[in-house]
Design a protein around this ligand. Sequence first.
Ligand SMILES: Nc1ncnc2c1ncn2[C@@H]1O[C@H](COP(=O)(O)OP(=O)(O)OP(=O)(O)O)[C@@H](O)[C@H]1O
Ligand SMILES: [Mg+2]
Length: 275
Amino acid sequence: MLSLWCFNHAVAYLEIRELQKHFVKKAGGLLTSHTETVKAVDGVSLEIQKGEILGLVGESGCGKSTFSRTLMQLIPPTSGAIILNGENVSALSAKEVRKRRLDFQMVFQDPYASLNPRMTVFSTIAEAIRQRHKGMKGAELEKKVAELMATVGLDASQMKRYPHEFSGGQRQRIAIARALAPEPKLIIADEPVSALDVSIQSQILNLLKDLQRDLGLTMIFISHDLGVVHYIADRIAVMYKGKIVEVGSADEVFNRPTDDYTKRLLASIPKLRQD
Ligand SMILES: Nc1ncnc2c1ncn2[C@@H]1O[C@H](COP(=O)(O)OP(=O)(O)OP(=O)(O)O)[C@@H](O)[C@H]1O
Ligand SMILES: [Mg+2]
C-alpha cells in the first residue's frame, strides 16, 4: 500500500508553489500621478519531474519571461516558493542563491546577443565549466570543452573561433553548450528557436530532445508557438495574463484543449503559418 502511494505521489523534481511577481509602476501625469501594479506572474503552481520537458506557452506579454527570470532568481518573487529537489531555493540567503543559480541555466532567444562577441567559443564554454569546476585548466579543460561541443553537434576544431564566424543555428548550439557546462539541474529555454530560420528550428528542437534522452535533461521550454511546444514538450502549461489556465500532456492540450484561451491559441496556428 505504502509503495503504491509513493509511486502515485512521486515527489516532483521542481515544484513551483503559488509564485507571484508583481511590478509596481508609476502611471499618469504630474498631477494625476498614481501607482499601478502589473501582475506579470500571478500565482503560478507547477510541478516538473526529473528528465521531463515542460512547455510553457502563451501570447506576448502574458508573463513567460518574468516567470523564467523569477525562477532563475534573477529577480526576487513577490511571494511563493521554488522547491528544487526538496530544497526551498527561494528561502536561501543571497550568497547561497548565487551558488544554487548554477543549477538553473538559461538559453535565450537571440544567440548572438547572449554570446560575448569578444570571447572565443573555447573561452565562453570554459568560463561556464569553471563556474562549477573552479580548478579545471589546461588539457583537462580543453577536453571538456571539446566534449561539450561534440554533444551539441559542433566541430571541436573550431573552438578558437568567435561567435560571428558561426551561423545562427551554430550560435544557438554554442549557447546550449554553455548552458550545459555548469552541469545544471534545470535548463530554462526562453523562445530558443524564435529567432532562427524554420529549417534550423527543427535541428535545434531535435538537439534538445536528444539531450533530454541522452543526458536526462530537465527543461522548461518557453514559446508563444503552441505547435513548436507540442513538438518538443512532454507536458504543456498554458499561461494567460500571469496565470496557468491549463496543464496536461502535450497531446491532450494540443488535441483536446479544455480551456477557451488554449482553443484560441490553437486556432491561431494555421493563420500564423499561412503568412
Ligand atoms: N521590469 C519590469 N517592470 C515593469 N513591468 C514589467 C517588467 N518586466 C515585465 N513587465 C511587464 O510584465 C508583463 C509580462 O512581461 P513578460 O516579458 O514576462 O512577457 P512574455 O510573456 O515573456 O512576452 P513575450 O512573448 O513578448 O516575450 C508585461 O506586461 C510587461 O510589460
Ligand atoms: Mg518573453
